[in-house]
Design a binder for this molecule. Structure first.
Ligand SMILES: C[S@@+](CC[C@H](N)C(=O)[O-])C[C@H]1O[C@@H](n2cnc3c(N)ncnc32)[C@H](O)[C@@H]1O
Length: 261
């Protein structure tokens, strides 16, 4: 039996350094290794339309894997994040590349207006209060005609596989409600439009997990089941069935992008 962490992952990502850096690193690494995680990220990268020598920014870059992919696509790419722990890991992991990293709050980016050709954010608006301020900042630092892109899950689409019951509904509900902005995915076009981004495009990509290990790493299933067991002991039976059965889960990723007007 594992200990229940004091902080659920979705709350940890709001302030990684002060909460659960190791769990956050494990979760990020898991997603970047999943074929479906790579697939939606590849689609987002293509939508940025990077050309050799262009300037690109990844806001809330985490461990910096997407920054390295932007460098590989020919961009002069910068990753910005508010976590010193994640940035230090990114710098160490990617020191052999031309990727650069900067400590920054996504709501007050330390870059000159219009200085990037392409700016992206991936799975971070779900954690940040007042996401509209972040998208406005992203548009501010993008040059006119440059691409601004957001990729976020919409937790209204979260599927928790396994036996359906009151327990599974509650585990699903508790997970969804631990996000700052659970329904951010469907809000992306409006946020971009309000920030002065036009010619909007949208794509939805299913992000599934298969088996207990990756489902749990990404969706905190065991933690939520064990917490619920304090109130409803049958949550432990549900967890056992889920773990021993054909465990799976998934969420829809929404990618929305356009050009700064
Ligand atoms: C789920 S991770 C996503 C990381 C990366 N974009 C990826 O796709 O792997 C969320 C990231 O948002 C960062 N973050 C949260 N609030 C932030 C803020 N106000 N400013 C900058 N980064 C923030 C966290 O430190 C974390 O790296």
């Amino acid at each position: 039996m594992t200990d229940i962490p004091s902080v659920p992952l979705p709350i940890g990502f709001r302030d990684v350094d002060a909460t659960a850096p190791e769990a956050c690193v494990r979760c990020l690494d898991c997603l970047h290794q999943l074929p479906a995680g790579r697939a939606y990220k590849a689609r987002a990268l293509a939508a940025l339309q990077l050309v050799p020598g262009c300037a690109a920014l990844d806001v809330a870059c985490g461990l910096g894997d997407d920054v390295v992919l932007m460098v590989a696509a020919g961009a002069r790419a910068v990753g910005a994040d508010c976590s010193r722990t994640l940035l230090a890991a990114a710098q160490t992991r990617h020191s052999a590349t031309a990727a650069s990293f900067q400590l920054a709050d996504a709501k007050a980016l330390p870059f000159v207006s219009g200085s990037f050709d392409a700016v992206r954010i991936d799975r971070a608006l779900q954690h940040i209060a007042q996401p509209e301020l972040v998208v406005k900042e992203m548009a501010r630092v993008t040059r006119r005609g440059g691409v601004v892109l957001c990729a976020e899950p919409d937790w209204g689409t979260f599927l928790l596989g396994g036996t359906h019951s009151g327990v599974s509904e509650r585990i699903q509900h508790d997970w969804i409600r631990s996000f700052q902005n659970p329904w951010i995915g469907r809000a992306l076009p409006d946020l971009l439009s309000a920030a002065g981004v036009g010619e909007l495009q949208r794509e939805e990509i299913w992000l599934p997990t298969h088996g207990f290990a990756e489902s749990d790493l990404l969706f905190g299933i065991e933690d939520n089941a064990r917490k619920l067991a304090a109130e409803q002991p049958e949550a432990l039976d549900w967890l056992e069935h889920y773990r021993d059965g054909e465990a799976y889960a998934g969420v829809l990723m929404l990618i929305s992008w356009g050009r700064k007007l």
